[in-house]
Design a protein around this ligand. Structure first.
Ligand SMILES: [Zn+2]
Length: 283
């Protein structure tokens, strides 16, 4: 995909099968299972999609998936199944001809384990940044929350996924919206977490947006009330989505979905007075 002179390459860390009630929150199973059928353990597929943004200035990776440090015990505890028929993130990057050394910047929308897990890995018994040259960009608020856990958040924030970035001096903490390179911006979008940031790409009069977990699936940007049970503050996420819903439809921006197993990219249109996502690129 191209946005002006910026290239967008979807890559993946595989698919995580998670309890459907987590992603769909208060939406009844009788409604969501018609859209996304679950397996015999009530799990639905959530793709761990990441995006490579190639600009004339830099190779940028958005998100790092769950990574290769998930133990069978951690997976069993959370009723999680990780499916990776084509390997993990580094294999997916390799098919695009990208090695860990090629990545200049990693943008993390937030630090939940399915977004930051591939940021570090173990080499020769030592925990190190997966992308040895990259600066990793995170909101300071997210960093704070990831280091002040409570009973609800401690199941998804693991220091081993991000603390080595600080030790290696590869961490860049942001205080609000930020410009990354020409045409690429980070915009704060609180709700799912307080420090969530989404990525906008603008070039040649075209716009693309990577929503992160503001909307896991395309249904969640069509319907404001559809928010996940993982959201720290669902009411704030509804207000965040209200702003973006209008903005995305007005600009006819290309929306990139992180976890959607059906639609990689789509546009938000209005049909019979309702917002609807029209697929541009199907999974
Ligand atoms: Zn997620």
């Amino acid at each position: 995909m191209k946005i002006g002179d910026i290239e967008l390459l979807p890559v993946t860390d595989g698919t995580v099968w998670n309890d459907g009630g987590g992603a769909f929150g208060l939406v009844p199973k009788t409604t969501w299972e018609k859209l996304l059928p679950c397996d015999s353990c009530n799990r639905i597929p959530m793709v761990l999609r990441c995006i490579v943004i190639r600009t004339p200035q830099a190779t940028i990776l958005v998100e790092t998936g769950m990574g290769d440090k998930v133990t069978p015990e951690m997976a069993a505890l959370n009723n999680v199944h990780l499916s990776r028929p084509d390997g993990w993130l580094l294999d997916s990057l390799a098919t695009q001809g990208i090695s860990p050394n090629d990545v200049d910047i990693v943008l993390l929308t937030h630090l939940h384990s399915d977004h930051s897990g591939g940021s570090t890995r173990i080499i020769d018994g030592e925990l190190v940044p997966t992308f040895p040259r990259a600066q990793y960009w995170v909101q300071e608020r997210e960093w704070e929350d990831a280091h002040h856990l409570n009973e609800r958040t401690r199941g998804t924030y693991f220091g081993f996924n991000y603390d080595p970035l600080e030790q290696a001096k590869q961490l860049r903490l942001l205080n609000g919206d930020a410009s990354v390179t020409q045409g690429v911006r980070l915009v704060t979008a609180p709700g799912h977490t307080r420090g969530l940031q989404i990525v906008t790409i603008e070039s040649g009069g075209q716009t693309a947006v990577f929503l992160g977990d503001a909307a896991f699936f395309h249904w969640q940007i069509e319907k404001l009330a559809w928010v996940s049970a993982y959201d720290i503050d669902p009411n704030t996420n509804i207000e965040t989505k209200r702003i973006w819903q209008k903005w995305l439809a007005e600009r006819q921006a290309l929306i990139l979905f992180q976890h959607d197993p059906m639609i990689i990219a789509g546009k938000l249109i209005v049909e019979s007075n309702r917002y609807k996502v029209e697929a541009v690129l199907q999974a």
